[in-house]
Design a protein around this ligand. Sequence first.
Ligand code: NAP
Length: 269
Amino acid sequence: MSKFLNRTALITGGSRGIGAAIVKRLAEEGANVAINYASAGSYEKAYALKEQVEEQFSVRAMVIKANVGIKAEVDHMIDEVERELGPVDILVNNAGIAPFEPFLSLSEETWDETYQTNVKSIFLTSQRVAPKMIANKYGKIINITSTASLLVTSPVIPHYISSKAAAAQLTKALAIELGKYNINVNAVGPSTVATDMCKEYLENPEILAKEIEANPMKRLGTEKQIGDAVVFLASDEAMQINGHLLMVDGGLTVKAAQPEDHMDRGAIV
Ligand code: NAP
């Protein structure tokens, strides 16, 4: 039987990378899915994914454009999702950016955009969906954080790392705030996954080899593994799990840092 039959899931940044894998896994488990995208260039991917999951998993799907860091766009996005698919039962805050800019020349605009996309978005979307989740006495909010929520990971991009730490603490605070309404708020923290976000970085074979070597499992993670963790946290099997940061990182965050774990940023940015 489908885990999420008649449930509506909204996945921000769902057209590609980790978000697209989350869309597929939730749809595979029976959820109707709203696929958010922000860049005009991602519309086609989002639309193709919508058609794919509708056909493959016989669910309802929609695409919706919104910058998740802007309140008016978030409100409009969720209005549209509610109109087409019903209230959001499962919210996955996946959209994120990691501009590879060195600290000493980092612009204020990049700082603000990083926090707007990686942190403020969680506030905006969660606050907007919470009243209906409370009324329905059911809700799952899952934030895609990072190993950077716990460690100063490599490459050292302070704006990204600190934003992911903030997203992790926000997850815990919302878990306490919303738990009494049967809303579970958790996070999934990936280690390096070879998506567009890390493409340039991993193109350097030396860096790729070091990334693999640094991970206790001696491999990178995959998009699907993150989707699997999201499915688990959204399921009834995880109903007593709240405020948890589920690291899907091969054990990277429990390993003591080695001197060679921080790569020479000069090679990357
Ligand atoms: P990605 O391939 O670069 O995709 C980023 C996604 O975020 C895209 O779908 C993009 O939408 C969306 N997005 C960016 N800004 C947005 C905005 N303002 N409004 C709405 N959507 C926006 O990255 P990814 O690797 O899949 O990353 C997904 C999440 O995993 C991020 O939160 C990231 O920090 C986290 N993560 C990734 C890794 C990794 O190694 N890849 C590791 C740890 C954590 P458009 O396509 O419309 O631009």
